[in-house]
Design a protein around this ligand. Structure first.
Ligand code: SF4
Length: 302
């Protein structure tokens, strides 16, 4: 067997739906790196990689795949907000990916609202024409007060402007919201504004993950000091139900998934078609869940 030819600068993350994609780091870390609950890239100093470095990796990977007789169909560009890389670097990478791996149908990327707003429509259209056709946005909440509390670095209105620019240029959106991120105090506002923002954006894909107070993060410090009250499993499931109940897509259909490792139960469907049955399932779960029980934190996050 041959060794995989890339030594990633760990840790490396990708969305669940990119599990079979070839991962390529075009940036290292996250240019924002301040969200209070996030420890994904705290060990890394943000930088854009050089094209020479990336090119050498792509050429080695092409040889590796050829030896295995493997043809990749999806590529995911890492790290945390790779859309923040210069358009020049992204174009060079996409051109080489398309040349070396003509079987690739789609390239995905993590993006912040700021990344989206920093790119011109011409830039985004150029990237989309080179198969960069899906971006993943960690929206977390639609409530500005929650976004401010977690130092997200953007507002709901920034996300509306950024995502509509992306969609206009032919890039699909997968948006992720966080259950429980506002704690008990802001739960109602979080639910109301998140449903509203999802309705306004109406992304092609929408999913939830559950907020975990990860060791070493400012969020955990706030929880430990009693500044944020974490939600019980029953309350988290209620938040999920209430967000779903209040979504009215402003355009098209939304494919909904809650299949992240942090979620208690896997769930999925299409909005608005499956809204009633999803809510019914969630009502049953809420009914069956005892009060006062908190979700178990995955061991690697403690
Ligand atoms: S933008 Fe994303 S990767 Fe960066 S700190 Fe916030 S949650 Fe973490």
């Amino acid at each position: 067997m041959y060794d995989f030819p890339i030594e990633y600068e760990e840790p490396v993350f990708r969305p669940p739906s990119e599990g079979r994609s070839f991962l390529l780091q075009v940036t290292i870390g996250c240019s924002h790196n301040l969200c209070t609950y996030c420890n994904m890239y705290r060990s890394k100093k943000y930088r854009e990689r050089s094209f020479e470095e990336i090119k050498a990796e792509l050429l080695r990977t092409q040889q590796y795949f050829q030896r295995l007789n493997y043809t990749p169909s999806k590529v995911f560009l890492c790290d945390g907000d790779a859309l923040g890389a210069s358009t020049e670097l992204l174009v060079q990478c996409l051109d080489l990916i398309n040349e070396l791996f003509p079987s690739v149908m789609r390239v995905g990327i993590y993006a912040t609202a700021e990344n989206m707003l920093q790119k011109s429509e011409e830039d985004l259209m150029l990237l989309a024409s080179k198969k960069l056709t899906i971006a993943y946005l960690g929206m977390e909440s639609g409530a500005d007060s929650v976004l401010h509390m977690i130092v997200k670095g953007n507002t709901a209105s920034d996300m509306i402007r950024g995502t509509s620019r992306l969609r206009k240029c032919g890039i699909k959106l997968s948006v992720i919201a966080m259950l429980g991120v506002g704690g008990r105090e802001k739960s109602e506002e979080h639910v109301r504004e998140t449903a509203k923002l999802i309705s306004d954006i109406s992304p092609e894909f929408f999913s939830f993950l559950t907020t975990v107070a990860v060791k070493g993060t400012p969020f955990k410090t706030m929880v430990d000091r009693g500044r944020i009250d974490m939600l019980t499993t029953k309350e988290l499931t209620t938040e999920m139900r209430d967000v779903l109940k209040n979504i009215t897509p402003s355009q098209g259909r939304i494919i909904f998934r809650a299949n992240h490792v942090s979620n208690q139960y896997p769930l999925g469907g299409i909005l608005p078609n499956d809204q009633a049955s999803l809510i019914e399932t969630l009502n049953e779960w809420i009914e069956a869940t005892p009060a006062g029980v908190y979700p178990e934190t995955p061991e690697h996050m403690l």
